[in-house]
Design a protein around this ligand. Sequence first.
Ligand SMILES: Nc1ncnc2c1ncn2[C@@H]1O[C@H](COP(=O)(O)OP(=O)(O)OP(=O)(O)O)[C@@H](O)[C@H]1O
Length: 282
Amino acid sequence: MSSASPLLTSPSPMGSFFRAQASPADDRQEHLLAVGDIEAGGDDPQNKFRIRDLTKKSDAGVTILSGVNLDIPKGVVVGIIGPSGSGKSTLLRSMNRLWEPPSGTVFLDGRDIRDLDVLSLRRKVGMLFQIPALFEGTVADNIRFGPQLRGQKLPDHEVHKLLALADLDSSFHKKNGELSVGQAQRVALARTLANEPEVLLLDEPTSALDPISTQNIEDVIVKLKKNQGMTIVMVSHSIKQIQRIADVVCLLVNGEAVEVLKPDELSQAKHPMAQRFLQLSS
Ligand SMILES: Nc1ncnc2c1ncn2[C@@H]1O[C@H](COP(=O)(O)OP(=O)(O)OP(=O)(O)O)[C@@H](O)[C@H]1O
């Protein structure tokens, strides 16, 4: 299958395989999507991540992830949506080894992430959670944390640059307790960015925030996408947010990646549970 194949919905004999295909860098909105077989996904060097047959059941035998196959090219923003308990966080956590899947493989830049040093992996693949957890000390201390672990002192001007990106210019000396949850989340994001990640995994980063703080975080994500071409995978319960930020949307249902669509084509979802979820969400 050519890499420019249109969206197909028939699963391959080896299970559903989804590929979020990058557009030319100057026009990311015009990306194409394709669904095909695993061989067609191949070893495309454009793929930042290749996820193959990720499967997990709970101790009680309940399916958490069921043969998830997903390709994520460099510079693409993938939104992950789906009902509660469909495995979104588990999928995200399996991409930086916060969770080790018993079956299946995640490749980063062509390498099985189990073969990578876990600290370097998590430096490359930064993650942000629903609730920001800052360390004691000042905002600047938090932002310097990652580089400090590697024996480097991030100079003041670099800290200021990250604070400016997160719209926190005047917060350099502020202490953890002096910040709102929204500001704390932006500090957490700036702290992650201080590690110069190549990928950001965002697990419902705005679900605990008010609408203004939510928009602030979304603005930073949009800047990272536009200015740095960062690869971003974001779990969200907000369709509106996903439509604003993502290039492609992956729908998870009962641990299965059932559809990958453009954000403005969600109404074309064919899987019955995906349709129902989208109807109730909009
Ligand atoms: N370590 C674990 N052991 C057993 N079950 C687990 C474990 N981790 C997650 N689960 C179960 O796996 C399912 C998927 O969880 P997950 O948090 O990935 O879903 P989710 O789609 O992110 O949900 P939500 O939208 O509510 O955050 C849930 O039923 C959860 O209870």
